[in-house]
Design a protein around this ligand. Sequence first.
Ligand code: PEP
Ligand code: MG
Length: 835
Amino acid sequence: MTNNNNDLTLNAPLTGPVRTLGNVPDEVFASGAMGDGLAIDPLNDCLYAPCDGVVIHLARTGHALTLRADNGAEILLHVGIDTVELKGEGFALLVKEGARVSSGQALVRLDLDRIARQCKSLISLIILTNSDQFELRPFSMQMATVGQPLMQVYPRHTSATRTAPGAHTGNAASASIRITHKGGLHARPAALIRKTAQGFSSQSHLHFAGKSAPCGSLIGLLGLGIGEQDEVRVSCQGEDSEAALQALLAALSLAVPHKAPATVAAQRAPAQAGVLQGVCAAPGLVCGPLWRMSSIELPADPRTHVADEQLQQLDAALEQVRGEIRRTLEHARRRKDVDEEEIFAAHLALLEDPALLEAATAAIEQGSAATHAWRDAIQAQCAVLLGLGKPLFAERANDLRDLQQRVLRALLGEAWQFELPAGAIVAAHELTPSDLLQLSEQNAAGLCMAEGGATSHVAILARGKGLPCVVALGSEVLDVPQGQRVVLDAANGRLELMPDDARHAEVHQIRDAQKLQRQQQQAQAQTAASTLDGVSVEVAANVASSSEAQMAYENGADGVGLLRTEFLFVERRTAPDEQEQRQAYQAVLDAMGDKPVIIRTIDVGGDKQLDYLPLPAEANPVLGLRGIRMAQVRPELLDQQLRALLQVSPLQRCRILLPMVSEVDELLHIRQRLDDLCAELGLTQRPDLGVMIEVPAAALMAEQLAEHADFLSIGTNDLSQYTLAMDRDHAGLAARVDALHPALLRLIAQTCAGAAKHGRWVGVCGALASDPLATPVLVGLGVRELSVSPPQIAEIKDRVRHLDATQCRQLSQGLLNLSSAGAVRQACHQHWPLS
Ligand code: PEP
Ligand code: MG
């Protein structure tokens, strides 16, 4: 954080009569608990920046934001009283969190009439929230005019008062806690702390080893170098300091299991001639030409730039990279790739980090080019992390280097473009997560790095993509001539530099054997699967587009078990009309030959948002108007979708599935609507209509629902979330949202029993269906259709073919009485070992 200790003039952010805080109709502001400041009764329709600075906090609802000025003063601008309750109505944000703004820049456009009609008072606050470090002296005036000086801020020269651990003074609270996060406070737990702190208006800090960092700064938190078992102090200052403290203590006490790969060879083996020895990050055996990848080197900086232009270029480059990362996140979410999602969410947070932005901005203002300023800001932070002498923190420096390269590429207008030779094994000093995504798309055969660790984000991604990867090979790997034939034996952490023809042939032989096995599985995948005792289990696919349906068909899917229609038009800015929808559904049907296709009506709300379908902000979106409940507020949208669905051909192959049903009346209402639409379109028979079982109420009511539904499909992702009361997207709870929890198994058992009473079939389309460990349990509990991700069809069919359904039934009953998901997993491994 820049803290040049300079005095600062704050200009009026609004025009209107000036009030002292004591005259504000709100106890908390009036008491000065939030800090010193002034109030203005606004007459104009826009909030402007009172000084240069960075937006370090922006309320989602737009009614409040905090700027950090270059001298470190933090200024809260709060429009109206209790305006949080307007949920964004009447506020149009003109800036984003993390943006650098200049004095007088428009920040939020206000619809004053609308706000005034709905809130207690329009009186708006300008508060210095770190009043412990700065002093504020208002200029005496009765009327403020936008852009005119309003008050002066001076640094205090006494050190800030600190509270003792566990003590609470006024609106300050603090306590100490020991860190149990495996590996310490690295990027992902730090991101959780940041997110937690952002939920409160209090300013929170972590203190460790004589250093402090604001909880809002990921870089600052990482820079503290807090390791596992270190004791830290948390302090919170502000209106909700006690609640913020408790939430932060809870977040800090969560132990996130460290995802160490079972197959990683943690130790280096002894050196051998012609072989570089490193550490396995993702197993696999490949051979091919070595291809060296280098990073961007900048020429010397002439330092003859116009600062404003450079700042604009940096802003534009940052925005471009943020957009790219958001798209990666969206794809990861769609693919339910939790690891990839968490990694890039942390990147997004790093990219918005005020400490980085401020360092780069300050360098530009002192004459640096945007490129050099950004490179240097990142390098300085990397040096801090590397200087901590802890491997996990050093690995996080690689995430920063990733952002360094991405933003430099954006600034230089360079696309990520390399001509990768076929089957190349890529060597680099250290690859970054975004490099890895690109290389995997370009079909790289393997990866090897001079540095890096087996717990790095690149390693997690490489394992997820099945891309053999060895790290920590030493700088010799960078001296290997471009194009030299090598063997990468990743499971053993070896890069063989001079494989002879025999070794080469051997590797090819092993690869061919594996390929053959996959081909055989693939050939079998086209045949229906049944258990050893003759119980048929349909293995269908979850898809989000016709191209994925095509892939599913080629992989042997018995049908589409779930088409998530909300993803069909996800890139769109405008809503698709009825004909566009019909064509999209028809394309999925066409891709599936003569197989059935289950199409789920749109499931927006909660974690799934669409640009073309803005929904009102909700206090608890996952408990709000999502799934079929949207029909309550936008019935015409559901009608349009049902009409489009009824026009596909042949209609008998189309089955309709309703998401988030929680009572029978919802089903009856839609069924009636569907019958009416069939009549309007002159259809004599309506398609099968199914209900998703993804809230506990639906599972408990399965028997009643099955009376009126043609089939039930269990959505274990949401069913876990709602049964366990754990956000399915919560980074800190990810390992505990496990659908093999006995409570979930009981609900699945009850669903199957209820459906059986009416002769209906039950499928599973949540992620549990793709977990081979769960296949015997689901078959045993009575599930007869598994809708899985397309690449897993062959594996799950193979698993089904090796099961005895009668034995599955007997053993799965016993699992219902176990104490935890962990116990169920352990029992599954014992009863039905994975090959
Ligand atoms: C589920 O909840 O399990 C499901 C399949 O639906 P989605 O993941 O799309 O919410
Ligand atoms: Mg769901």
